[in-house]
Design a protein around this ligand. Structure first.
Ligand code: NAP
Length: 269
């Protein structure tokens, strides 16, 4: 392990999470670590105490840092949160001994273009959702590597990473993609298939090197919401978004190699 012994602690602010975070702070400090609630970019570990929302917000707050993340589950589901409250001592012991694997979680990169040709850059760990600001139907031309595939009409298009495939994507009928698979998924939300519109009804899995472009049809008048891991970004003059697998990724500690399937069974079946 490196000489640096700084640990970043992040919580969802609930009473239970704050108590657990204080317990972690004291236990790590007794072992010579510095654990605090400010983000130090030189830290050796980011600990997220809460649920998946806490994990997602911690990843955004730390700027998709190369410092590894681990989740302590005090949330309702905790799909990213491998460590239960009862396993804290075992987790600390294994972490200090270096007894863990490092899991790479791919990110999506989204470049939003305005009609004035301005460009805005975003990363997502779970997904991007593109929908109208109000409840109106969104019309999007879908291009894969510059090939026009369809003009989508419906509630929204959702583009998820493999690790985000168990989140909103799963509720929308998308497939669960194993976390280390290289690729991403395009899932329609309430696609319209009628005499007036022809939209793909099923999710599409794309290879990680393909570029997906979603371009708003000019006849749409409502603003566009780009929802990034649950965070809404309103884009008034939205023209298009180009999405691909990012060159960046995040690292997550993994203590039990069977955890992924245990988690799927435990949380979904
Ligand atoms: P939230 O609305 O408070 O929570 C949404 C639920 O999704 C929570 O139960 C959360 O688990 C779970 N979740 C998040 N990421 C997951 C993942 N990768 N695999 C499995 N479950 C996951 O919002 P939030 O906590 O800020 O999370 C934002 C995420 O909510 C978005 O990225 C989106 O995927 C998801 N979402 C889902 C729906 C839907 O399923 N219809 C609608 C909107 C948003 P915890 O309880 O542990 O936090």
């Amino acid at each position: 392990m490196s000489e640096n012994k700084i640990i970043n602690l992040m919580t969802n602010g609930s009473e239970k999470s704050l108590i657990i975070a204080e317990e972690l702070k004291h236990k790590f400090e007794a072992l010579g670590y510095t654990a605090n609630y400010d983000i130090d970019e030189n830290a050796v570990l980011n600990i997220c105490v809460g649920g998946d929302g806490t994990f997602l917000r911690a990843v955004h707050k730390t700027g998709f840092s190369s410092t590894p993340y681990v989740g302590i589950n005090t949330g309702t589901l905790g799909f990213f949160q491998e460590i239960s409250v009862l396993e804290i001592d075992k987790f600390i012991k294994n972490f200090v001994a270096g007894d863990y694997d490092m899991e790479k979680l791919d990110l999506l990169e989204g470049r939003v273009y305005s009609r004035e040709h301005k460009e805005y850059f975003h990363n997502a760990l779970n997904e991007f959702v593109i929908r109208s600001e109000d409840t109106s139907i969104i019309h999007l031309d879908v291009f894969i590597d510059d090939n026009h595939l369809q003009t989508f009409a419906g509630d929204a298009l959702l583009v998820s990473t493999p690790s985000g495939s168990t989140a909103y994507n799963y509720s929308a009928g998308g497939a669960v993609l194993y976390r280390s698979l290289k690729g991403y998924q395009l899932t329609p939300l309430a696609p319209i298939n009628s005499k007036a519109y022809r939209s793909l009804l099923n999710p599409l899995v794309l290879p990680s090197d393909s570029v997906l472009t979603l371009k708003r049809r000019p006849e749409d008048k409502a603003g566009t919401l780009v929802i990034n891991d649950g965070l809404n970004v309103l884009c008034d003059n939205f023209d298009s978004i180009k999405i691909k697998t990012s060159d960046k990724w995040i690292n997550k500690l993994q203590f039990n190699n069977n955890w992924y399937w245990l988690n799927i069974k435990d949380k979904f079946i």
